[in-house]
Design a protein around this ligand. Structure first.
Ligand SMILES: Cc1ncc(COP(=O)(O)O)c(C=O)c1O
Length: 389
């Protein structure tokens, strides 16, 4: 008798939650561990959701997302990338996370292989594990110029059973961005081999040069084996809203409606009203948040960049620093002791895939004073450790 699949029994708590859970709502902790800032969603977005509730928007709607929202997403993407996206390719199943889950289910079964560009956010690996597929990573390398991964490196790691390649650009936790030419190579390879390219572009607007990171949407054809996942959490400070979108091949319209219905029957209807407001009036918000994160990045580089025991290249995108701490052999122990002794929460590197146990991830989206205080305490802790404390 086996009521649960072995893949489910084998799931483990990720290292970020593992460290954070016991102190989650402790006001004494400076929380640099999760992927969000402390700025609430702007009032005009909240007001749109409140108006929807007051107007009685509390019923089932189109499972692929309200037509008005899908039209607004199309208009936004067309404008941002200079494309003419078929709105039928857009589905709003719930959060971006749900989009990743659905895409993984679309490609993978037991016996298949999934390839993840890494370091990677741990939940991504869990999503692939749940499908029963075997998962492996192809890791970016870091030099003085920053993090890098070529399409050729990814392609070299592909196996005969590979059915899905996950590319997260801009990357959580390194900020690595895949350039246009490399994207062309990846897409051509996946097209030729019939492998699903799962592009996670949730940090598309958190870039420190230009207005948006290159998107696979700019180069893809309607029926390419490509699923692009994106959402409202990061660019519009809407992490708690759980709304995101997927762009899938044209021919899967019916299947996407069915999948959306199975997984969540669409995103929460009044949250969709907030999402429409974000797209229609949120460009200033996107820019303000980016400016705030840019200052967070400067503060982080100022405080950590000068520390001899901390090796850190400046991230070009997203809102994380992923430094290597010299001599560190257990990022979990480091994160737990930093929390215990100095009330600062960071994410341990080991949870971002193999090869990262000498690193920690720091989210610099928090308000600047708190961020600086947290970083100073981290430096003190690193120095104490080096001094044998
Ligand atoms: C790389 C990556 N993909 C997907 C998600 C999920 O985004 P959401 O919270 O909008 O579902 C996150 C959230 O941190 C992320 O970092």
């Amino acid at each position: 008798m086996r009521p649960f699949r072995p893949e489910i029994e084998a799931l483990q708590q990720n290292g970020i939650t593992g460290v954070a859970l016991p102190r989650l709502s402790d006001p004494n902790v400076i929380p640099l561990w999760f992927g969000e800032g402390d700025t609430p969603t702007p009032a005009f977005i909240c007001d749109a959701a409140k108006r929807a509730l007051d107007a009685g928007d509390t019923f089932y709607v189109n499972t692929r997302g309200r037509i008005e929202l899908r039209d607004a997403i199309k208009a936004y993407l067309d404008d941002l990338y200079g494309i003419d996206l078929d709105p039928d390719r857009i589905t709003v199943p719930g959060s971006a996370m749900l989009g990743v889950t659905i895409a993984a289910q679309m490609a993978l079964s037991k016996g298949d292989h999934a390839l993840i560009t890494s370091p990677h956010w741990p939940n991504i690996e869990s999503v692939f594990q749940v499908t029963g597929a075997r998962v492996s990573c192809v890791r970016q390398s870091e030099n003085d110029a920053g993090w890098n991964l070529r399409a050729a490196d990814i392609i070299a790691a592909v196996e005969p059973e590979t059915r899905c390649i996950y590319v997260n650009s801009p990357c959580n936790p390194t900020g690595w961005v895949m350039g246009r030419a490399e994207q062309q190579r990846m897409l051509a390879f996946c097209r030729e081999r019939g492998i699903l390219l799962l592009a996670d572009e949730v940090y598309h607007r958190t870039v420190y040069h230009g207005d948006a990171a290159p998107s696979f949407l700019s180069i893809a054809q309607d029926d390419d084996p490509l699923v692009v996942v994106n959402g409202f959490s990061k660019a519009w400070a809407m992490t708690g809203w759980r709304v995101g979108w997927m762009v899938t091949p044209r021919r899967l319209v019916v299947q996407m409606a069915t999948l959306a219905e199975c997984f969540n029957t669409g995103a929460t209807v009044f949250a969709q009203a907030g999402a429409i407001a974000a797209l229609e009036g949120g460009e200033a918000t996107v820019r303000q948040l980016r400016t705030q994160y840019q200052r967070g990045r400067e503060i982080t580089m100022d405080i950590l960049g000068r520390e001899p025991a901390i090796q850190l290249t400046e991230p070009v995108a997203a809102f994380y620093a992923f430094p290597r701490i010299k001599g560190l052999d257990s990022s979990r122990r480091f994160a737990e002791q930093l929390l215990e002794k100095h009330n600062v929460g960071v994410a341990p590197g080991y949870t971002f895939g193999p090869g990262n146990d000498g690193h920690v991830r720091i989210c610099f989206a928090q308000s600047h004073e708190r961020l600086a205080e947290g970083l100073h305490r981290l430096v003190t802790f690193v120095r104490d450790q080096a001094g044998g404390d």
